[in-house]
Design a binder for this molecule. Structure first.
Ligand SMILES: Cc1cc2nc3c(=O)[nH]c(=O)nc-3n(C[C@H](O)[C@H](O)[C@H](O)COP(=O)(O)OP(=O)(O)OC[C@H]3O[C@@H](n4cnc5c(N)ncnc54)[C@H](O)[C@@H]3O)c2cc1C
Length: 427
């Protein structure tokens, strides 16, 4: 049996993403025996993937605005961020020798725009502080003990493994990009113990569009990957709630994705779940007032093609023109008033979210009613949870990593405090 160590670990951390590693860091000052287990051959794989986009670590906006990004969970996440917030994230990176900078949109990145140097420095500091790492260990079950150490079961390439630990921190990630380890299979293990869970759902995800057969056959491949730049999109929900975002998105073979869409993805996803579809109103020229457009479009195109005329008269690029053609009918295109109105509010019908596995992050997970302020299960003293596996969500912009790191810090501190309390009770 792998790992049949008679002396229990003080703290076993399962999941070596940013949340688990930050929990290990918090515990590493305590002189306790701490080990990190991960199913993958090495830890931090999704963190490294995030580095491909430059590694947006956090955001430099004011703290009040920052915590509002967590929507209904602002209060809970705000408490973690009071312990380890955006400025602590930057200080922590700096301590590891990684300078950060604030980009034009307020997003904070490592100066080198890479995750690997930061992860390397972080792991070597954790190892130097005595944290043990057990890669290729899939956690597959447990016996939770009321008084003694908890028994954890793993599968490893060398066979079944068992470890015991007085405190356990679960930091198993969400349910996207399963090939990097975060496959959400832990949901079944927790559900079997009666832990309240919210279903995992895609967040910061792309959407399928109900394109016409002509678009699918002739245009989808041509436009896939093309950005639709500087525009604004509005979603008006059936209950009157309205969401608006300016930015850009990318056309895909099936629909759309990209930063503008990710920012609206939670209300879009929820509208699709309720109504079966969501309608986005696109403003293709957000800086041009409707009246001016009407005037420009009432002039004759002369011998110009429609595409050339739209480019010359109102500055509409070819991808936006293709979208306009796809989403209007000929009578609208012939009438300057209707055409101007369509440019300012072009309805795009989204019919499905892309699958969870393709999403940047997941919503849903462990319900906060099960946890105390230290992220310890109320019914199971000594078992903690951190990171994306908890039921919160946030847009891209560094909010995901910041909250994962902060929750890891809270759970790590909580586990150390809990072990101290246990020792005092047994004196
Ligand atoms: C393409 C992409 C780009 C991103 N870019 C950014 C960005 O720039 N900024 C930002 O803030 N966020 C970004 N994110 C999101 C961010 O990477 C995640 O929110 C974050 O990694 C979640 O951290 P975590 O520690 O909770 O989980 P994870 O990083 O998912 O780690 C969970 C770990 O648990 C392990 N595990 C799971 N199940 C088991 C098991 N049964 N046994 C043992 N181990 C297990 C996994 O192998 C994994 O190592 C990006 C995500 C993606 C997909």
């Amino acid at each position: 049996m792998v790992g049949a160590d008679p002396a229990p670990l003080d703290i076993a951390i399962i999941g070596g993403g940013p949340a688990g590693l930050m929990a290990a860091e918090a515990a590493s000052h305590s002189g306790r025996r701490v080990a990190v287990f991960d199913v993958m051959p090495s830890v931090g794989r999704k963190f490294l993937l995030a580095g491909r986009g430059g590694l947006n670590l956090t955001h430099a906006e004011p703290f009040d605005a920052f915590i509002r990004r967590y929507g209904e969970r602002s209060e809970i996440v705000g408490r973690w961020l009071a312990v380890f917030g955006p400025s602590q994230v930057r200080e922590w990176a700096q301590e590891l020798g990684i300078a950060t900078f604030v980009g034009s949109s307020g997003r904070v990145f490592p100066r080198e725009m890479k995750a690997a140097p930061l992860l390397r420095a972080w792991l070597s500091r954790l190892r130097a502080r005595g944290i043990a790492f057990h890669p290729r260990h899939r956690w597959c079950g447990w016996e939770i003990a009321a008084t003694a150490a908890h028994r954890l079961r793993f599968t490893t390439p060398a066979g079944a493994g068992e470890y015991s630990a007085t405190a356990v921190i679960l930091a198993l990630g969400g349910g996207s990009w399963a090939r990097l380890g975060s496959d959400g299979r832990w949901m079944a293990l927790l559900a079997a113990k009666g832990i309240p869970l919210q279903p995992l759902r895609p967040a910061n995800c792309g959407f399928d569009v109900a394109w016409s057969p002509y678009w699918r056959e002739h245009l989808a491949a041509r436009h896939a990957g093309q950005p639709v730049k500087t525009m604004s999109a509005r979603l008006v929900r059936a209950d009157g709630g309205s969401f608006e975002q300016r930015g850009e998105f990318v056309l895909t073979a099936n629909g759309i994705e990209g930063s503008l869409i990710y920012a609206l993805s939670a209300p879009l996803r929820d509208a699709i779940a309720t109504d079966g579809h969501a309608e986005l109103l696109l403003d293709l020229l957000p800086d041009r007032p409707l009246d001016g457009l009407r005037r420009q479009l009432s002039r004759s195109p002369g011998r110009d093609s429609w595409t050339t005329w739209l480019r010359r008269s109102v500055g509409l690029g070819s991808v936006k023109t293709a979208l306009l053609r796809e989403l209007t009918d000929p009578s609208q295109r012939r009438n300057p008033d209707l055409l101007a109105a369509a440019i300012k509010a072009l309805p795009l019908r989204l019919v499905a979210t892309r699958p969870l596995d393709e999403a940047i992050s997941s919503a849903g997970g462990v319900d906060f009613t099960a946890l105390d302020a230290d992220l310890m299960f109320k019914d199971w003293p000594g078992i903690f949870c951190a990171g994306e596996m908890l039921d919160w969500e946030a847009p891209t912009g560094g909010y995901l990593l910041t909250a994962c790191l902060a929750s890891g810090r809270v759970a790590g501190n909580g586990a150390v405090r809990w072990l101290r309390r246990l020792r005092e009770e047994h004196r």
